[in-house]
Design a protein around this ligand. Structure first.
Ligand SMILES: *Cc1c(COP(=O)(O)O)cnc(C)c1O
Length: 378
């Protein structure tokens, strides 16, 4: 399905292509298909979408409206500023939760944008409640409890204290009680069952509201993780939510860089910064216009591909360019302007991440601002 669409939309016809050094193609139809798959897996539970960090670097202004068309009406961002921007994009009706909660003094801005803060502490709850009282309004909120990750959320003793205060939630409409798994991608770890038990116990002490625990990886082990609402992010964007097994999601991004220059070098030549590589025999090289300033990790020893042929990187990754060994290609098969694949059918986001010693999330969110972005399947 993805392949056929790429043949219809020729990237090289797009406006801005000629000026670009590299092209990032984002398949909105694949994101929608991934959302549908997750919704099917969730059965009766609702499926939100996490679009923090500009939809994991792929563009919340395009991704979120595409998900609305698929029936998604609940979104999560991390920062209040992201929520304010997303509200302008989506209009009034979708629910937008702000995971990092309320920064002190930002209650007015949060309320004005119609955002739902995830209250992570008693202090945030008090600030939100006082804001509601001042404005004589009922304000919506989510409450996050720390079920065993020690990152965000009210610790059990705080929940217990609040539970004894009959006025704790005056003026607050609790729309969600949530927590987050520390080890969802390791479903056999006992920590997951422990977190479920703690989550359920803490949720019982709070006002009755829909409950939410699962991120992408948390959806896959089974219904015991689903509760009322799931919060997938990475799986929507094609990152494998079940590491170690075949990726059930459709790939979403394709990254290609242009060849800038080719050359032939004699044996003994030093290649790139620090002469970190040396030609043991005659070699042919191509330099492409993508580097660490575009979010391609410098430590990632890696490959590019031309029509399925693997082209190894040689020497160090520069800020704006990378040198490829093209000795294995027939002469003339590459020229300035030729696109080589860095992420796509021959090399997944997760493979690139593994080579760099990181995770697919970081590869996507590191993508720089210089890419020419093309949206297909919209
Ligand atoms: C980022 C985040 C998610 C989404 O996680 P994925 O692993 O990308 O699915 C869900 N919930 C919380 C609290 C998060 O911070």
């Amino acid at each position: 399905m993805t392949k056929r669409r790429e043949q219809v939309v020729r990237v090289s016809d797009a406006e801005g292509f000629a000026e670009a050094g590299a092209v990032l193609t984002i398949d909105l139809a694949a994101i929608r298909a991934n959302y549908r798959l997750l919704r099917t897996m969730l059965g009766g539970a609702r499926c939100a979408a996490v679009v923090k960090a500009d939809a994991y670097g792929l563009g919340a202004d395009r991704v979120a409206p595409a998900l609305v068309k698929e029936g998604c009406d609940t979104f999560f961002v991390a920062h209040l500023s992201e929520g304010i921007a997303l509200r302008k994009i989506l209009g009034e009706s979708p629910e937008i939760f702000v995971l990092n909660g309320l920064p002190p003094g930002a209650e007015g801005a949060c309320a004005a944008a119609g955002l739902i803060p995830v209250l992570n502490s008693e202090a945030q709850l008090v600030a939100w409640r006082e804001h509601a009282a001042r404005d004589r309004k009922t304000l919506p909120a989510a409450v996050q409890v720390d079920s065993g990750m020690a990152r965000l959320g009210m610790p059990p003793e705080e929940v217990a204290r609040i539970a004894f205060d009959p006025r704790a939630f005056d003026g607050i409409d609790v729309r969600l009680v949530m927590s987050h798994f520390a080890r969802a991608d390791e479903p056999r770890e006992a920590a997951n069952a422990t977190q479920r038990a703690v989550f359920e116990a803490l949720a019982k002490m709070l006002p009755a509201a829909p409950r939410s625990l699962a991120n992408s990886s948390g959806i896959f082990p089974g219904a015991e993780n689903h509760y009322d609402l799931a919060r997938p992010g990475c799986a929507l964007y094609g990152v494998n939510p079940v590491p170690g097994t075949e990726n059930p999601m459709l790939p979403v991004v394709r990254l290609e860089a242009k060849v800038i220059q080719t050359r032939e070098i004699p044996a003994g030549s030093g290649i790139g910064y620090g002469h970190a590589a040396k030609a043991v025999e005659k070699m042919r090289l191509a330099t492409i216009s993508l580097g660490y300033a575009d979010g391609w990790h410098r430590r990632a020893a890696s490959f590019a591909f031309l029509a399925g042929q693997r082209l190894p990187f040689v020497g160090r990754v520069s800020m704006d360019s990378i040198i490829l060994d093209i000795s294995a290609l027939p002469p003339g098969s590459l020229a300035p302007g030729t696109l080589v694949e860095l992420i796509g059918p021959h090399q997944s986001v997760d493979e690139v991440a593994a080579q760099a010693g990181t995770i697919g999330y970081e590869v996507l969110t590191s993508f720089g601002s210089r890419f020419h972005r093309v949206y297909v399947g919209g």
